[in-house]
Ligand binder design. Structure first.
Ligand SMILES: [Cu+2]
Length: 272
């Protein structure tokens, strides 16, 4: 008898958890999937509060300094494989296109590397509250790498007359959102609430790839076409400065910022 009621209780528990899962899924707009494995339905959702993870305090910066430098290749680096364009030829083109995973310039300069101070807890205010656009044009994302102040809205836009399926992953594996955009001119907005790297891919066109780098503080920059970057209004002090590049990986160094001066940090990256 006791055994039977335990069994009943177990069945009831499983059913209610399954039901809970189904409700959660149905509530989500735009075909989003919160990929909680069925075996762990009680697991807390992954939307960790950004504030707890990133104790950053905005304050007036007077007598700050700046940091500038360059990102270059350390010698010869094997290039990423070209993109194989295999469908929707009228819109996407056909054949092989150069990969955007490594964009370089004369002298081996590296574009689209993200440079950041990693251990700053107080400084100028984050430029949040903007809406940033990620466009899909001719089956490529524009821009390829974008810095996003935490809690900003990103608007994903389909400029193509073909279906794109925007699939954003936090840390490469965790689905943040997953939206089908079948129509030209369609836009979808999402708030990015957790600092870190978000990889955006298209489930319809496997060569499409872009990154949001969600930032908890404003001391970030992306290297430009000449491989240069500059970060300004930094409170004087010693910091760690890190470069991240999707193809070349990361590197870190120490830097000392003095008021009214421009400190230098040059990086040379290779394929690990
Ligand atoms: Cu697509």
């Amino acid at each position: 008898m006791k055994k039977t009621s335990s069994l009943l209780l177990f069945v009831a528990l499983i059913s209610s958890l399954t039901l809970l899962g189904a409700c959660k899924k149905a509530e989500e707009p735009g075909g989003e999937t919160a990929e909680a494995p069925a075996a762990q339905p009680a697991e807390a959702p992954s939307e960790a509060p950004a504030a707890a993870e990133t104790p950053y305090e905005a304050a007036d910066v007077t007598g700050g300094g700046s940091l500038s430098g360059s990102v270059k290749l350390a010698g010869d680096v094997p290039p990423p494989a070209p993109l194989e364009i295999t469908k929707d030829a009228a819109v996407c083109g056909m054949g092989k296109h150069p990969s955007e995973a490594l964009m370089t310039g004369a002298g081996g300069v590296v574009q689209l590397a993200v440079v950041q101070l990693t251990n700053i807890s107080k400084g100028k205010a984050l430029d949040a509250g903007k809406t940033l656009v990620l466009d899909q044009k001719k089956c490529k994302y524009d821009p390829h790498v974008q810095l996003v102040p935490v809690n900003s809205i990103v608007e994903v836009k389909n400029s193509d007359p073909v279906l794109h399926n925007v699939h954003a992953y936090f840390g490469e594996t965790e689905t943040l959102f997953n939206i089908a955009q079948p129509f030209q001119g369609q836009t979808t907005q999402r708030s990015l609430t957790r600092p870190g790297v978000v990889h955006v891919k298209c489930d319809a066109h496997p060569w499409m790839s872009a990154y949001f780098v969600v930032q908890a503080h404003p001391y970030y920059a992306v290297s430009d076409k000449a491989g240069n970057f500059k970060i300004s209004d930094i409170p004087p002090g010693t910091y760690k400065v890190k470069v991240w590049h999707e193809y070349l990986g990361s590197q870190e160094q120490d830097v000392t910022i003095e008021g009214g001066k421009d400190a230098k940090a040059d990086f040379q990256l290779t394929k690990s």
